[in-house]
Ligand binder design. Structure first.
Ligand code: XMP
Length: 489
């Protein structure tokens, strides 16, 4: 008697999700201040293992800057033109960097009108003046612009600029720069080498306040991640723009609902050879998919730094309902983490979507995640794109799935789902409560994670991977939530 189909139903593994499990308490021999929340993503160190989703109602430049400043990462979405993507990653890379490398300069013989135009169009308040030999000979700021229109039109920079430039030498520390800026009451400090050549600019605005946890690249600029289609762009115009974007982005996140597809894999191999940045691939949901990607595909090894997992778990996702296929984030994390152990322990694992409470974070790390990604926690913050609306007296913001009708009408992300499919939406658009700024949300998530680690007896994300967890019965789940209360007073 055949038992093939019955076994398919009965003898397969339980597809467990966050609410199905609890971590068992463990022995704690460290103090709360010793909990280390840092984690690795390729060669980069993140002080907070938290990433905001590449979604058009979650991560644009403001979110990406804020996430990176506070120690996490924001992945810029791709539901827009390459031109807009370039603008976003440029803004992130230039934000708050201690030293500005590509400083605007002007010749002393240029007209004041030119400097005024540059200031207005580049949104800068001062320009370093360099002579024909490219040596620094002055600085011209908004305050130096003459009063009369005629002087602006025909006056030369050299007659209005400050000639005694207060500067600093290359390699000086943040503290040295701050002291000089304070003592001189200046806003800008050119970095000039011993031969008089300009090497950069430090501005007061970028020095303070300090963000000691910030996620940075090797040059000290904020780390920048961006979503990327696995399809190689057809036109040379798009290819050129993508090459330009590549200069500002540190990590591309291949952004499709299901990456275990021949065409997407082949496109990504080509893209990896064309671009110089690191790559995180995803999403996938099973051991088999991870094994295949790590053993059967010729990706550029040193730039393949991570796998992003989870399918259909997102709060705005309907993929599993609409197609009957899915891999909830906790299940997918455990499966892919095992494959990573078996084939390439250097890869980082990002558990993506489905997080509802801070307590879900420790659970993801307990089953092998290195980092977590969420849209849900961040869509209602000040830094997410979109406006604050009011419904029944409550402040709200729009949060939409990238597979929702609303997001897909843009036409930029048709390849995120099954290409050619037009009618079937795989996400919804709805409101989430407005929750203030990202810092507040991160503080709550951080505490949930850190306190969970203390109860579990794990001092670091790697130690979290060793803790024990178990399946909770349905009655146990009911008991875990609040219960048997009279109500609100
Ligand atoms: P949360 O739970 O944070 O999940 O809202 C965010 C993650 O969900 C994925 N995503 C989608 N998945 N349909 C889907 O099936 C969609 O429309 C959709 N939009 C986003 C994505 O991985 C994100 O990080």
């Amino acid at each position: 008697m055949s038992e093939y189909y019955r076994n398919k139903v009965h003898s397969n593994e339980l597809i467990a999700t966050f609410d199905d499990v609890l971590i068992l308490p463990g022995f704690t021999d460290f103090s709360p201040s010793q909990v280390d929340l840092s984690s690795k993503l390729g060669k980069y160190n993140l002080n907070l293992p938290i990433i905001s989703s590449a979604m058009d109602t979650v991560t644009e430049e403001n979110m990406a800057i804020s996430m990176a400043l506070h120690g996490g990462l924001g992945v810029l979405h791709r539901n827009c033109s390459y031109e807009r993507q370039l603008e976003m990653c440029r803004i992130v890379k230039r934000a708050r960097s201690f030293v500005i490398d590509d400083v605007a300069t002007i010749n002393p013989n240029a007209k004041v009108a030119k400097a005024k135009f540059m200031m207005e169009n580049y949104n800068i308040s001062g320009i370093v003046v360099t002579n024909d030999e490219k040596k620094v000979c002055g600085i011209f700021t908004k305050r130096d612009i003459p009063f009369f229109e005629q002087d602006i039109k025909s006056g030369a920079i050299k007659d209005y600029m400050t000639k005694d430039v207060i500067s600093i030498t290359p390699g000086a520390s943040r503290e040295e720069a701050l002291k000089i800026l304070y003592d001189s009451r200046k806003e800008k400090l050119p970095i000039i080498d011993e031969d008089g050549f300009l090497k950069g600019l430090i501005t007061k605005k970028d020095l303070a306040p300090e963000f000691p946890l910030a996620s940075k690249d090797e040059e000290g600029h904020l780390l920048c991640g961006m979503a990327l289609s696995p399809r190689f762009p057809e036109s040379s115009h798009s290819q050129n723009l993508l090459k330009e974007i590549d200069k500002y982005v540190d990590i591309f996140f291949i952004d499709v609902a299901d990456f275990f597809k021949k065409d997407d894999i082949e496109g990504t191999v080509k893209l990896m050879k064309f671009l110089d940045s690191d790559f995180v691939l995803g999403n996938i949901g099973t051991y088999q998919a991870a094994e295949y990607l790590m053993t059967k595909v010729d990706f550029v090894e040193e730039r393949f730094i991570g796998l992003k997992v989870g399918m259909g778990s997102g709060s705005i996702c309907t993929t599993s309902q609409q197609t009957g296929v899915g891999a909830p984030t906790l299940f997918a994390t455990a499966h892919v983490a095992d494959a990573i152990q078996d084939y390439n322990p250097h890869l980082s694992l990002i558990a993506d979507g489905g997080f509802k409470n801070p307590g879900d974070l420790p659970k993801a790390f307990a089953v092998g995640a290195d980092l977590m990604m969420s849209g849900h926690f961040f869509a209602g913050t000040e830094e997410s794109p979109g406006f604050i609306d009011t419904i029944a007296g409550r402040k709200v913001k729009v949060y939409r799935g990238m597979g929702s009708k609303e997001a897909r009408t843009s036409g930029y992300i048709s390849d995120r789902y099954v290409e050619g499919s037009k009618m079937l939406t795989e996400g919804v658009s709805n409101y989430v409560p407005y929750v203030g700024d990202v810092l507040g949300v991160l503080a709550t998530l951080k505490e949930g994670l850190a306190n969970g680690m203390i109860y579990a007896g794990a001092g670091s994300i790697n130690d979290m991977k060793k803790v024990t967890l178990g399946i909770v019965s349905v009655v146990g789940q009911r008991e875990t939530a609040t219960h048997d209360l009279i109500g609100k007073y």
